[in-house]
Design a protein around this ligand. Structure first.
Ligand SMILES: [Zn+2]
Length: 170
């Protein structure tokens, strides 16, 4: 396993419509292991493959986020099959570190995917986990959490993040 550098939100790979995974081979399993390690080290709740520069439909998410036990699960070719409710909640992203905003999300989701053994899996989630699943799902479609905010709010956050990047360079 290896840590992989996380791309920031200005990298074009974060805007990619990610490709369907056709083969679950050794390379994909290594990718999944590395994504899990990178998420735990960040630390983060989830990570999509394009955040480390691989535009494929795979993400990892900590299913134990609402408990005190980590449970990182890899979802391949995921699809949200049902959504219910709506709530505002604070959200951040490993590709936009230290920037948070209130984002509207469904309160409950049902998601289907394929696991690393090629088996169909289905999960129901609510609360913060439901939010995380919607957030990671958006990454696979080239969407960032601030896209749903108004332009003014988004520009303020972008400026804040650019300033931070500049400070790091100095
Ligand atoms: Zn993110």
């Amino acid at each position: 396993m290896a840590l992989r550098p996380i791309k920031n939100c200005f990298d074009p790979v974060l805007r990619k419509q990610c490709e369907i995974v056709k083969n679950i081979d050794g390379e994909l399993i290594t990718l999944s292991d590395d994504m899990i390690e990178t998420t735990l080290a960040a630390p983060g709740v989830g990570l999509a493959a394009n955040q480390i520069g691989i535009p494929k439909r795979i993400f990892v998410v900590n299913m134990g986020v609402d408990t005190d036990k980590d449970n990182l699960v890899t979802l391949i070719n995921p699809e949200i099959t049902a959504m219910e409710g709506s709530e505002l909640g604070e959200e951040g992203c490993l590709s936009i570190p230290d920037v948070v905003a209130e984002v509207k999300r469904a309160t409950q989701v049902e998601i289907k995917a394929v696991d690393l053994n090629g088996k169909d899996v289905r999960y129901e989630a609510s609360g913060f986990l439901a939010r995380a699943l919607q957030h990671e799902m958006d990454h696979l479609n080239g969407i960032l959490f601030w896209d749903s905010l108004g332009k003014i709010k988004r520009d303020i956050l972008k400026r804040k993040f650019k300033k931070k990047l500049k400070e790091q360079d100095e």
